[in-house]
Design a protein around this ligand. Sequence first.
Ligand code: HEC
Length: 141
Amino acid sequence: MRTWFLAVLSLVVGVMTAAAFAQDSKSSLQIERGKYLAEQVARCQDCHTPKTATGELIKEQWFKGTTLNVTPSAPIADWHQKSPDITSTSALWQRWGQDGLVGFLQTAKNPRGGKAGPPMPAYTLTKDDAEAIVAFLKTLP
Ligand code: HEC
């Protein structure tokens, strides 16, 4: 009786561990892909990370929002010189939540239906890509 119980218990624990491991590796792959999309494809950091006086991105303030060091050569309506902090601890995350951010990257519309001003690109990504980027943003302190 006791042996049976232990055998069943160890089976259950084993299955749960395997499932947790599969889930873990799935989410770490998603984060890795999100990092690649954000940093190498969309290059969010070029506008959302502060730079030194010589134009180097400041690693300690990755995606913390900044004042852009570029301006349009001809006036652009609604031009925004500042980009917000988009890390997981930002006010924006508090207001929009994870779903709000995913929706924004899919539709270019914020949770209230408005659009971001230039030079923020109007991304209309697939759900998978938007979710991957947001999973990566979630890892940024
Ligand atoms: C070319 C510069 C640029 C790039 C590249 C860029 N952003 Fe932005 N982003 C901005 C600026 C400027 C704003 C502020 C616009 C505003 O407040 O309307 C902004 C605003 C935002 C907002 C808030 C929008 C709102 O309506 O308040 C989010 C979220 C955001 N960016 C996420 C991202 C992500 C994620 C990436 C990369 C996938 C990215 N941005 C790439 C410049 C950029």
